[in-house]
Design a protein around this ligand. Structure first.
Ligand code: ATP
Ligand code: MG
Length: 572
């Protein structure tokens, strides 16, 4: 591709509205432009990267036996009403009405449509298993679209749905997708982890998120330094400490609870400072509220409640931190003074409490805390793992030490069971002629988000540093003396040779100063830069510079195509 004929509007300045580096660099490198909040144009440079991601996904999905098809993006409300999601999905679902006043939505995900197709077309166990996928535009009316393609409203997703006869089959399909995803992100040249993820309402244990590791990631990943355990923070299990594994009577301080005035001291830090104690001697009482009513959760002062774990224990998916009004109604005090003694709602305690005695809690009255509290002073429904893991906790799998990483969720695989097939009546006849419900799984990858995550992981002060498999071009060829010069004639000849050899070349033939060309080459992040200039041509060489390492070398002109091919082979 000749730069002079290409559409590559690079920007010098950093666009004001772009908060994260990938968004800034995608704008600056002429990959995308914004049309409306969360809605983007993908320019030729951007599309070349998107296509690379898609092609890798396609090849690995096909290799895993999945079949590509293409579904509509405008979907009738009736299908969504069958599963109850027309109401449940809320405002993220973009609803439209046609000229006959019929309701439709723009698909944010496609479980209903795929299940509908399968229930109409699949009759027999002989037609199963089946895994169908598409690469398609989704629309989710996200509350806070941001970060460019990372969290758009309109975005491209690869979504796949598997259909199996039984649980064993569904597990095989899931495993095949786990392997395909591992292959996909490895082939993209990304550092990533597959982590155990929350399955939310659907339950079961089979859900993994694929996280591209980057310091700027929004998701927190817990991983073991010693084994392969890795989990989303909300899933990371905390093993009860060994001291409590043999159970004896609960520890007792011999003290009686005693109220103390703590005027205006609400936070753990304020109370500890005021009373001269450490957070390990304090118990926080957190009130949560859901459709089954409020509950209170007790955690040690230096720990945080993990609401996903509480939801699972209490079996109420709707539990959220209670508002001030509920806290006042439950405790009789403003937020900051809740305590377990005398509380009327069910109490759940984190395992760490089982070792505590003589601790400080809120006093359920304005400006009051209580000292010398023991477990015997209140009734706990259950002790369980209810806190967030912290760095240094023991690994729940091997006892090693947990470390924290940051990541960007680029893929998500999910065992669905019969949630959709049951609601929509997707059945098949087994060998004995009995009718059975199909077992399902679903598997998504954000295409644009993968490209953005690759930039978050691979950039420097000058711009993007593409891993070769995702790079829009493999090599950028600079002619430093364009016009009717000998230098340019050499560059033209190299361009012909390289492209004839099947290489993807961006040929900077513009009438621009060398500095401008160097800067643009660095900004757009093409892995190898080949420069043809006056001095080099005199000496019969071109200058190579690798974008990632900055490594420079001089290559004889007749060796250039071979040397570029070698570079590409090494990097892929
Ligand atoms: P998130 O938790 O980040 O909102 P999600 O759990 O809602 O994502 P899924 O429903 O699992 O996302 O969708 C599958 C994949 O689609 C995600 O792993 C992600 O890569 C991509 N994706 C989801 N929402 C967006 C978005 N708003 N913009 C770009 N990609 C998205
Ligand atoms: Mg997800």
């Amino acid at each position: 591709m000749r730069y002079s004929r290409f559409f590559l509007p690079t920007l010098r300045e950093v666009p004001a509205d772009a908060e994260v580096i990938s968004h800034r660099l995608m704008l600056r490198a002429g990959m995308i432009r914004r049309v409306a909040a969360g809605i983007y144009e993908v320019l030729p440079m951007g599309l070349r990267v998107i296509r690379k991601v898609e092609n890798i996904i396609r090849e690995e999905m096909d290799r895993a036996g999945a079949l590509e098809l293409f579904m509509p993006s405008i979907l009738p409300a009736e299908l969504w009403q069958e599963t109850g999601r027309w109401d449940f999905y809320g405002k993220e679902l973009l609803r439209v009405r046609d000229r006959h006043s019929r309701d439709f939505c723009y698909g944010p995900t496609h479980e209903e449509v795929f299940t509908d197709l399968v229930r109409r077309e699949i009759r027999s166990y002989r037609q199963l298993p089946l895994n169908l996928y598409q690469i398609q535009t989704k629309f989710r009316d996200e509350i806070r679209p941001r970060f460019g393609l990372m969290r758009g409203r309109e975005f491209t997703m690869k979504d796949a749905y598997s259909f199996d006869r039984d649980l064993a089959g569904a597990e095989r399909s899931y495993q095949a997708m786990h392997e395909a995803y591992t292959a996909i992100f490895a082939r993209c040249g990304l550092r990533f982890r597959a982590v155990e993820a929350d399955t939310g309402k659907i339950g079961g244990s089979l859900s993994h998120e694929f996280m591209v590791l980057a310091d700027t990631g929004e998701d927190r990943v817990v991983s073991c330094a010693a084994c392969d355990y890795a989990a989303n923070l909300e899933m990371a299990a905390v093993a009860p400490s060994e001291a409590r594994q043999g159970s004896g009577p609960p520890p007792d301080s011999g003290l009686d609870p005693e109220d103390v005035q703590t005027p205006g001291k609400k936070t753990v830090q304020e109370v500890c400072q005021f009373l001269g104690i450490t957070p390990q001697e304090l118990v926080k009482t957190i009130v949560l509220k859901g459709e089954k009513g409020p509950v209170a959760v007790l955690v040690r002062g230096d720990h945080e409640v993990n609401s996903v774990k509480v939801r699972r224990l209490v079996d109420d998916e709707t539990l959220e931190l209670a508002d001030a009004e509920t806290v006042a109604a439950v405790t009789g005090a403003p937020v900051g003074f809740a305590g377990p003694v005398g509380l009327k709602v069910p109490l759940y305690a984190d395992n760490a409490l089982a070792e505590m005695a003589g601790f400080v809690t809120g006093g359920n009255a304005d400006d009051v805390h209580t000292r010398g509290v023991d477990l015997a002073d209140f009734r706990v429904e259950a002790f369980a793992d209810l806190r967030e893991a912290v760095e240094g906790d023991p690994c729940p799998k091997c006892g090693g030490i947990l470390t924290f990483l940051r990541g960007i969720e680029v893929g998500h695989i999910f065992y669905l069971g019969t949630k959709y097939s049951e609601a929509m009546g997707a059945r098949f006849l087994d060998e004995s002629g009995a009718e059975r419900i199909i077992e399902m799984g679903c598997y998504g990858i954000g295409v644009g988000r993968t490209a953005a995550a690759a930039i978050e992981q691979n950039h420097d002060g000058k711009g993007i540093v593409w891993p070769l498999p995702l790079a829009p071009f493999q090599v950028v060829l600079l002619s430093l003396d364009p016009g009717k010069t000998e230098v340019h004639a050499v560059a033209e000849r190299l361009y012909e040779e390289l492209t004839a050899g099947g290489l993807e070349v961006l040929f900077d033939d513009r009438e621009e100063r060398p500095g401008v060309k160097f800067n643009d080459a660095d900004l757009v992040g093409i892995p190898l830069r080949v420069t043809v200039g006056g001095r080099g041509v005199k000496e019969g060489v071109a200058e190579f510079k690798e974008r990632a390492t900055g490594e420079e070398s001089r290559v004889p002109l007749d060796r250039v195509p071979d040397a570029v091919r070698e570079f590409v082979r090494r990097q892929s």
